[in-house]
Design a binder for this molecule. Structure first.
Ligand code: MEV
Length: 493
């Protein structure tokens, strides 16, 4: 007990010291800014003042970038805005340097809540899952669904495959047969030609799995594609794949150019581009929940039976299977959960998003990613989801909170993390459909929304408490909350 209290108070005093240092720094910075603002004719390096266009912005230091911004864009209330920028800097200068390094032209940080969804039972192991999201109801919904399934067997999940894809797009004017025959002959040579890139990956169990030549000249004149398949084990593998592809492209063009079987036009093989594909339909995880219908319990405060709920839920999922308008929102709900964990673990959520939506229309119609069946008295809800992520490399090992998220999940390998992420997606989807088909979505959303509205109106703790109890059975709107606060502030209730 005592050691932890001493430890905590040491941390807090240390934090206070850091804050004092930062306050001093901000004060110093603001004084400079004031000078910069009154001193309209001063200039920073080579830049021109009062101009919205600038050359060499990235070469300015952070202070000068902010000065320039204040001069040219944030002139309405520059001091306040600049103070705010500075206030979001990390207390620790080294930590701030690390964050700055993740991007370009960094001025400050943009905090987004980091929350936890506890009680996730996944293949009989319990997890508390880190989620980074700005949408107020997402973590609550995931936690709620996790708790619901905790006593009903939890989530069962399994990685089906982990193959990634890359493409070399090229133009070849000539005899197709010759090209295809030649490609078969040099395939193994091409693989050997990237051994300097693949050897480390091979030691870890990955590498180039296969490659094929695809004729797309019926769609675009003389267009062919070398499609390569990769196993990247615990890394997302984007750099690895792109390096291999660029080398494949170079070697393919060289080999064709040097081979006498090709005529001059054929030798002029042009590489258009070499890049991984974020569509990974063979990097799939399956996740499902199921229980006897009678074990679902009752809904809508006892007004809806388990049986009624199960059929209505299945109907809602079927609607999202056939109607792209509904499917888009349905899948957005799934991605609310998936993205939050992908971000918390330092992975690329744009890649996961892009892939999910392409996968959702793999048969030509955009459909729900999840499916539901009520059969023989059993409710079953599942999805197969492509999730290409990593647990080594990139931000996963650089961002301190991404590292902490992975530790929280027991430092999973990429397969385990795919499973965890998919469970949160399904949980999120379950929570959304459950609300939609029972009490409606607004009840829960508005409860969370109320907190945000109150914060935006600078409500104190007492006002928040009173507002929450007042709105517990009323419709929340910005104007209703404003009116309530005005009345409260005039004459405390
Ligand atoms: C809101 O962010 C997500 C939902 O609209 C998903 C859905 O409708 O299934 C609630």
């Amino acid at each position: 007990m005592w050691p932890s209290i001493i430890c905590l108070s040491y941390l807090l005093s240390n934090k206070t010291m850091l804050i004092r240092r930062k306050t001093f720094y901000i004060h110093h910075f603001l004084t400079e800014i004031h000078l910069g603002i009154v001193c309209v004719n001063s200039n920073f390096g080579s830049m021109e003042l009062n101009e919205k266009e600038i050359a060499g912005f990235s070469k300015l230091n952070k202070r000068d970038k902010i000065y320039w911004l204040a001069k040219n864009f944030l002139y309405a209330n520059p001091v306040e805005v600049l103070k705010e920028f500075a206030e979001y800097w990390h207390d620790n200068i080294e930590a701030q340097k690390l964050l700055d390094g993740f991007s370009e032209n960094t001025l400050t940080n943009f905090p987004v809540p980091f929350g936890i969804a506890p009680n996730f039972k996944i293949n009989d192991t319990i997890y508390a899952i880190p989620m980074v999201t700005e949408e107020s109801s997402v973590v609550a919904a995931a936690s709620n669904a996790a708790k619901f399934w905790l006593s009903r067997g939890g989530f069962k999940t399994e990685v089906i495959s982990t193959r990634k894809v890359g493409q070399v797009h090229f133009i070849y004017h000539g005899d197709k047969k010759k090209l295809f025959g030649f490609f078969q002959d040099i395939k193994e040579e091409l693989k050997r030609g990237v051994q300097h890139i693949t050897s480390k990956m091979e030691e870890r169990g990955g590498g180039v799995v296969d490659m094929e030549l695809i004729d797309l000249s019926n769609l675009e004149p003389d267009y062919y594609q070398l499609r390569a398949y990769f196993e990247t084990v615990d890394s997302m593998g984007a750099n690895f794949i792109n390096s291999c592809l660029e080398e494949f492209g170079k070697q393919l063009a060289d080999k064709v150019r040097q081979n006498p079987i090709f005529n001059d036009a054929e030798k002029d093989l042009e590489i258009v581009m070499s890049i991984l594909s974020n569509y990974t339909p063979d990097c799939i995880v399956h996740v499902e929940v199921s229980c006897k219908v009678e074990d679902l319990g009752t809904f809508d405060y006892g007004n809806m039976s388990a049986e009624e709920f199960a059929w209505k839920f299945q109907r809602a999922v079927n609607i999202a299977r056939i109607d792209p308008y509904r499917a888009t929102t349905h899948n957005k709900g799934i991605m609310n959960g998936i993205d939050s964990v992908v971000i918390a673990t330092g992975n690329d959520f744009r890649a996961v998003e892009a892939c999910a939506h392409t996968y959702a229309c793999r048969d030509g119609v955009y459909r729900s990613l999840s499916e539901c069946k009520v059969e023989n008295g059993v409710f079953r809800f599942w999805m197969n989801m492509p999730i290409a992520i990593g647990t080594v490399g990139g931000l996963t090992s650089l961002h301190p909170l991404a590292k902490r998220s992975l530790e929280l999940l027991g430092n999973p390998n990429a397969k385990k993390l795919m499973e965890i992420i998919a469970c949160v997606g399904l949980a999120q989807n379950f929570a959304a459909i459950r609300s939609l088909t029972t009490v409606g979505i607004q009840a829960g959303h508005m409860k969370m929304h109320l907190t945000n509205i109150l914060a935006s109106m600078q409500a104190n703790d007492e006002e928040v408490g009173k507002a929450k109890s007042f709105f517990s059975d009323k419709v929340v709107s910005v104007s209703a909350v404003r009116e309530f606060l005005e009345r409260l502030r005039l004459k405390p209730i």
